[in-house]
Ligand binder design. Structure first.
Ligand SMILES: NC(=O)c1ccc[n+]([C@@H]2O[C@H](COP(=O)([O-])OP(=O)(O)OC[C@H]3O[C@@H](n4cnc5c(N)ncnc54)[C@H](O)[C@@H]3O)[C@@H](O)[C@H]2O)c1
Length: 340
């Protein structure tokens, strides 16, 4: 039996944070499926340029504004069938530099959105919500690979880096509570290290940081000893997983890890970038204390268990790590040429 939702009627999708890295790719993927797409973004880290390929599409609408603007959000939510909530303050560097703004951005809008969707639900309108959460909710749980029901092991509150995972966990608690108590159709996805074109380097994201350095002919700065282990997924593969979950009724009310489960050491990632750009480049090591602060704690190994995702949707990833590196290098080179 086909358990996917009948989506032949064009559904209207609202993407919050849709001018950002992941949101802009999601907007393209949804338009390709024939959905009407509305993006709201305050351009705090997103760029309208990210939407250049679809900006003039007849079925696309861009709204510059904040998800904290309640009257605006009420109107947009009323007109939506599906909402993908991606707006957030993202990146270790950004959280470390401005924890108040990050915590407020990552909690307050979810509260108001869920309350408004519950009101609409009571009035007979079903709007389905996807919440973009993060692997950071697992904190420093040492028992990887992490399955969705694993403990969340967050560090102390005087270390700002844990506030991001704690805020995302609170979003999840609230979303699940609204599903259980108010019957709201909600799907939660914990993204694991997403990479691809349009990801910015300036908030601490590792691959664009390495590629920017390599293209500038500079050494690649690897934090600590480079033995940290991560799994990277191409943004296009991730978007297909998100859309598939939103179109699978048994995903509703559930939390899913979303990403790749192929691990790579950060030092090996740096070496791949060097091989792709200029084999004469070097790696330099920098302590966490120098990169962030003396009390900065990192997560050594971050590997998801994807069993639940595999049992719920059919997917195959199209891009390996070398494909993504090549694509991002090419994109960066083209963007630099365009800017000249
Ligand atoms: N990139 C990753 O590897 C990763 C990993 C885990 C989770 N996530 C989650 O995925 C989502 C998207 O992340 P991204 O990497 O595309 O980051 P991004 O910074 O590129 O996108 C976030 C977007 O939200 C917008 N935004 C922020 N606050 C807003 C507000 N109050 N109102 C309207 N727009 C606002 C920003 O301008 C930006 O365009 C986030 O929720 C993030 O927490 C990303």
């Amino acid at each position: 039996m086909d358990s996917t939702r009948n989506i032949n009627i064009a559904r209207s999708a609202l993407i919050t944070g849709g001018a950002g890295f992941i949101g802009s790719h999601l907007a393209e993927a949804l338009l390709e499926r024939g959905q009407h797409v509305v993006v709201i973004d305050d351009e705090s880290t997103g760029l309208v340029d990210n939407l250049a390929a679809i900006y003039d599409h007849w079925d696309f609408e861009y709204v510059r504004g904040s998800v904290n603007d309640l009257p605006l959000m009420r109107r947009l939510l009323r007109e939506a069938d599906d909402v993908y909530h991606l707006a957030a303050a993202v990146g270790v560097r950004r959280i470390a530099d401005d924890p108040i703004d990050s915590i407020e951005r990552n909690i307050v809008p979810v509260q108001s959105m869920l309350a408004e969707l519950a009101r609409l639900h009571d009035a007979g309108q079903q709007v389905q919500l996807f919440i973009a959460s993060s692997s950071e909710v697992y904190g420093k749980n040492p028992a990887w690979p992490w399955a969705e029901d694993a403990d969340l092991v967050i560090g102390p509150t005087n270390r700002a880096r844990w506030s991001y995972g704690a805020a995302k966990a609170m979003d999840e608690f609230l979303a699940i509570a609204y599903h259980r108590q108010r019957n709201l159709p909600v799907v939660v996805g914990r993204f694991f290290n997403v990479i691809g074109p349009r990801q910015r380097a300036d908030y601490g994201m590792v691959l664009p940081r390495f590629i920017d350095a390599a293209l500038a002919g500079q050494p690649l700065v690897v934090h600590n000893d480079g033995e940290q282990i991560r799994c990277f997924v191409h943004v296009a593969d991730l978007c297909q997983m998100v859309i598939a979950l939103m179109n699978t009724p048994r995903a509703i009310g559930q939390v899913f890890n979303i990403g790749s489960d192929e691990p790579i050491r950060i030092l090996a990632l740096a070496e791949k970038v060097i091989a792709a750009v200029d084999p004469s480049l070097k790696v330099v090591f920098e302590s966490y204390a120098k990169a962030y602060s003396s009390d900065f704690e990192d997560v050594h190994v971050r590997i998801p268990c994807l069993d639940k995702l595999r049992h719920t949707i059919h997917f195959h990833t199209q891009y390996g790590i070398d494909d993504v590196i090549r694509e991002v290098v090419e994109w960066k080179r083209n963007t630099e040429c365009d800017a000249m």
